[in-house]
Design a protein around this ligand. Structure first.
Ligand SMILES: C[S@@+](CC[C@H](N)C(=O)[O-])C[C@H]1O[C@@H](n2cnc3c(N)ncnc32)[C@H](O)[C@@H]1O
Length: 462
């Protein structure tokens, strides 16, 4: 199953993570050998993409089966254009428990021969290619000296961020992601005053083959990781409610919440970074959701000292929302595929205090009897279970709630939470079943296990 190296991390970060996964509570429960083996599997699976693509279907606009059929037809048309075979088949399965999820298998790693002409791309671009994307020009770091549009090239990901932009070759740590056809001459990439855009290399033999969703039913089929879709359902928004999404860009969960409410009520989306705001608006418009109100605002300051609201937007008086989603900024170590993370330990540990500030605001803004969902796409205890332990101690008004659906595993040992509390948490832990969830396992079985690393906690405010 392993086709390229494990995720590359700084030694201090590897040591830190090892201490997390081999903490005293885990060692006492499963023993050293199993804990070590889980940790090693984690490092391996993080660099590999999940074995399927997850699509959130816009069931507020059309029934799931209709979307499934339309998607099948579109993807077949697309494959007929690129494949030499007369009959092409596209497998699309509904998720057995989540009513707006469609699953499509990913084929890989496939045996692809490496060529002598090499293009090197940034690690983020390389990860996108492993999930079915083409190479866009801004992602290209190095190309052969005389590369012309039409040349067939092998594409490599620069794992440690060491390749100089404009280089003609690169021999540092790199990972092969497949072969493609250059769409642009080298001079058009590096020797121009105007930054070039668009596809730079069209992937024809990717290591992992998954359907390209570029322009395919954009209003009906939204690409989203399965645990992120679960978050919307766990929050459980109801039509007519007023909901706050505190950290919203690019708006995947915001739009899901509005769709679950049948666009009735109000979803307030806050995002601190100005140039990410437009993306949330575009997504809401594309999915025909008018109940989403987007504001550029620092959510740590979203609580107003005035109890009466004089204006529409933030800051808001305390107890303004029926439900609050805190999909927190985090170290993102659960993202897959990620061939490398160059962060220092200091950077990795910088999120816990920010998450706590946001949590303070979230609790204040929530009405009594309201629901708060906290989620991250990382695997550390500090940003997940430790935050839950801290929240329960700091806010006696909060109690942990069961989650529906609960398709991941329970919370991880190590933060002093009781077995009952851990059972109420939902941690997506691909390392637990990695190597047992190969392509041979049925897709619905794989879907809940072979995910990105993710964490969800649901609280009720008494
Ligand atoms: C994990 S991402 C959110 C993803 C989003 N919920 C989705 O599903 O599409 C976290 C976001 O929080 C934003 N952010 C970070 N600090 C913030 C703050 N103090 N206030 C509001 N947004 C913040 C980041 O810019 C980032 O876009």
């Amino acid at each position: 199953m392993s086709s390229f190296p494990r995720i590359s991390l700084r030694p201090e970060v590897t040591d830190y993570l090892k201490n997390v996964f081999l903490n005293k509570e885990v060692l006492a429960a499963v023993g050293h050998q199993e804990a070590e083996s889980r940790f090693q599997r984690l490092l391996t699976c993080l660099s590999h993409p999940p074995s399927y693509t997850c699509v959130r279907a816009s069931t507020h606009l059309a029934p799931l089966e209709e979307i499934r059929q339309k998607l099948g037809e579109e993807l077949k048309k697309q494959q007929m254009c690129t494949s030499s075979e007369k009959e092409v088949s596209v497998q699309i399965l509904p998720h057995p428990r989540i009513p707006d999820v469609l699953l499509l298998p990913v084929d890989g790693p496939r045996p692809v021969e490496q060529l002598s002409s090499e293009v090197v791309v940034g690690a983020q671009c390389g990860s996108a290619v492993l999930r079915g994307a083409n190479v866009f020009v801004p992602g290209i770091l190095a190309s052969p000296k005389f590369m012309k549009a039409g040349d067939v090239v092998s594409v490599f990901s620069d794992l440690e961020g060491r390749c100089t932009r404009g280089a003609t070759s690169f021999q540092g740590m790199r990972g092969f992601v497949g072969n493609g056809v250059a769409q642009i001459d080298r001079s058009g990439i590096f020797c121009t005053d105007v930054a070039a855009k668009g596809v730079g290399v069209r992937m024809v033999e990717p290591l992992y083959q998954s359907p390209s969703f570029d322009g395919v039913l954009p209003n009906l089929a939204f690409l989203q990781n399965l645990p992120s879709v679960v978050v919307g359902h766990v929050l459980g928004p109801l039509p007519g409610e007023r909901i706050l999404d505190m950290c919203a860009a690019p708006g995947g969960k915001t739009c899901h919440i509005a769709a679950l409410m049948r666009d009735q009520g109000e979803v307030v989306a806050l995002e601190k970074i100005k140039n990410k705001i437009e993306r949330i608006r575009q997504n809401a418009k594309m999915l025909q959701l008018n109940s989403v109100k987007v504001y550029c605002f620092n959510s740590t300051k979203a609580v107003s000292s005035n109890s009466a609201q004089e204006h529409e937007g933030p800051p808001f008086p305390a107890e303004s929302f029926e439900r609050v989603l805190l999909d927190a900024p985090c170290s993102g170590l659960g993202q897959r595929p990620s061939m490398s993370c160059t962060w220092s330990l200091k950077e990795l540990c910088s999120y816990q205090p920010l998450q706590r500030k946001l949590f303070h605001a979230a609790v204040q803004l929530l009405k009594k009897g309201g629901v708060l969902v906290y989620s991250t796409c990382t695997v550390t205890l500090a940003e997940n279970e430790e935050q839950v332990a801290w929240a329960l101690e700091t806010f006696p008004c909060l109690t942990l709630q069961p989650q529906e659906p609960h398709i991941g595993s329970e919370g991880m040992l190590g933060a002093g939470l009781s077995p009952e509390q851990l059972r109420l948490l939902q941690r997506f832990s691909p390392e637990l079943t990695w190597d047992q969830t190969g392509a041979a396992a049925p897709l619905p079985y794989r879907a809940d296990r072979d995910t990105i690393g993710f964490f969800i906690a649901k609280f009720l405010k008494k």
